[in-house]
Structures are given as structure tokens and as C-alpha cells.
Design a protein around this ligand. Structure first.
Ligand SMILES: [Zn+2]
Length: 119
């Protein structure tokens, strides 16, 4: 993802996607013309199932992506380099709600087996 915003390129044609911050027509590589939103950064941990310990910490960025050859919009989590995964925009809301439920469960002081209220 890049750090450009639509306001940085007021003279460029406006993209059809209101969330897109790609400076269309002002990019270096054709692949840079993909539609991207501003990203939000987070730190995550990955660990193989058989591993022990703290795992590996990664800085990731979450945003909206619609590549030029896509017929759908994706919520993408990019871990730098060529590593990423994407969730279809129609599934992202349910995943977000589930993350809230699991966050509440993890913070629960009622102990194992406590009921978790839906958001
Ligand atoms: Zn765009």
C-alpha cells in the first residue's frame, strides 16, 4: 500500500472507487494502478502449529484492494514482500464481528465456559 491520499493528487482524474487513494496516471508500474485504500498497520504473530515460544512477529497492513483484473473487491492483509491474504468484502464484516466476540471472550473474567454476548 502507498501513503498517497486523494488530496495529494487533486489534478488527477478521480477514481470510481471513493475509498481508492491510488494516484492513477501518476504511478511507475502498471501493477501500481490497482485500486487501493489507505492501510492501517498492526503487529501480528505467526507460529506453526508444532512450534513453541513466541513465534514470529510481523508488521501487517490491512486495506481494501481491487486489482485491475479483479471482478470483486477484497480486504487484504499484506505482510510485506509478496506475502498477503485476502478476504472477500462480503465476508469481511462477519470476520470482524467474530474478532470482536473472540476479543470479548479472551478478556472475560468469568473464566472458561462463560457465555459470550454477540456484538
Ligand atoms: Zn482507483
Amino acid at each position: 500500500m502507498n501513503s498517497h491520499t486523494a488530496d495529494d493528487h487533486r489534478s488527477l482524474p478521480r477514481c470510481a472507487f471513493a475509498w481508492c487513494v491510488t494516484p492513477h496516471g501518476d504511478t511507475v508500474h502498471p501493477a501500481d494502478e490497482d485500486h487501493r485504500s489507505e492501510g492501517a498497520g498492526f503487529t501480528i504473530r505467526t507460529r506453526d502449529a508444532g512450534d513453541h515460544g513466541a513465534g514470529t512477529v510481523h508488521d501487517v497492513e490491512i486495506g481494501v484492494l481491487r486489482r485491475q483484473d479483479d471482478d470483486a473487491t477484497w480486504i487484504v492483509v499484506e505482510a510485506g514482500g509478496c506475502s498477503s491474504f485476502a478476504v472477500h468484502v462480503d465476508d469481511a464484516g462477519e470476520i470482524g464481528r467474530r474478532l470482536i466476540v473472540e476479543s470479548r471472550r479472551a478478556r472475560s473474567t468469568d473464566g472458561p465456559g462463560a457465555e459470550v454476548m454477540a456484538p
